[in-house]
Design a protein around this ligand. Structure first.
Ligand code: 4NP
Length: 169
């Protein structure tokens, strides 16, 4: 028997923000937890990147790590810059705000790649009055808490959309 027979194709998600040290690594950590809780870790892969390379190799921002810890998360990915080959390596490129959207969009080749780009807030369920995940970097604790609230909600919504679209029941 062909060893790949019966195996589902992996679904690869890439979360993108500006620095890859606040919003997108938090989205990556939250989504990984939800994916594991749903026992889908062999089917759904999660990663994150920044449109800038300013913090390349860094752990997530201390403030984001400590706000995450209070909710039971360990955000520990290393920052990297978004690259054009990510369009081939991922199925969903999920950006946090319109600036990220325009930067990523400026790098696409063709409709198939363009169709992979989504705004994170497209998947919001409870917090459906926000049209982006606001950059918390220059603000205080409330901004970080809001980011986590929005991401937890949108990650749950994203999983529901993926389950439906890819018949993962
Ligand atoms: P992020 O936040 O895009 O959510 O990672 C930022 C991180 C760093 C900077 C801006 C936003 N910065 O200006 O260095």
């Amino acid at each position: 028997m062909n060893p790949t027979e019966g195996k589902k194709k992996r679904i690869r998600l890439l979360f993108v923000c500006l620095g890859n040290i606040c919003r997108s690594p938090a989205a990556e950590g939250i989504m990984s937890g939800i994916v594991s809780k749903n026992e889908l870790q062999d089917i759904i892969e999660v990663d994150s990147a920044g449109t800038s390379g300013w913090h390349q190799g860094d752990l997530p921002d201390e403030r984001m790590r400590s706000h995450g810890e209070k909710r039971g998360y360990d955000f520990c990915s290393r920052a990297r810059k978004f690259k054009k080959t990510d369009f081939n390596d991922f199925d969903y490129i999920i950006v946090m705000d319109e600036n990220n959207y325009h930067t990523v969009k400026s790098l696409v080749s063709g409709k198939e790649q363009a169709d992979k780009i989504h705004l994170m807030t497209e998947f919001s369920v409870q917090f459906n009055n926000h049209d982006n995940i606001p950059d918390p970097y220059y603000g205080g604790s409330t901004g970080f808490e809001l980011v986590l609230d929005l991401l937890e909600d949108a990650c749950e919504g994203l999983l529901q959309v993926i389950k439906k679209k890819h018949s993962l029941y």
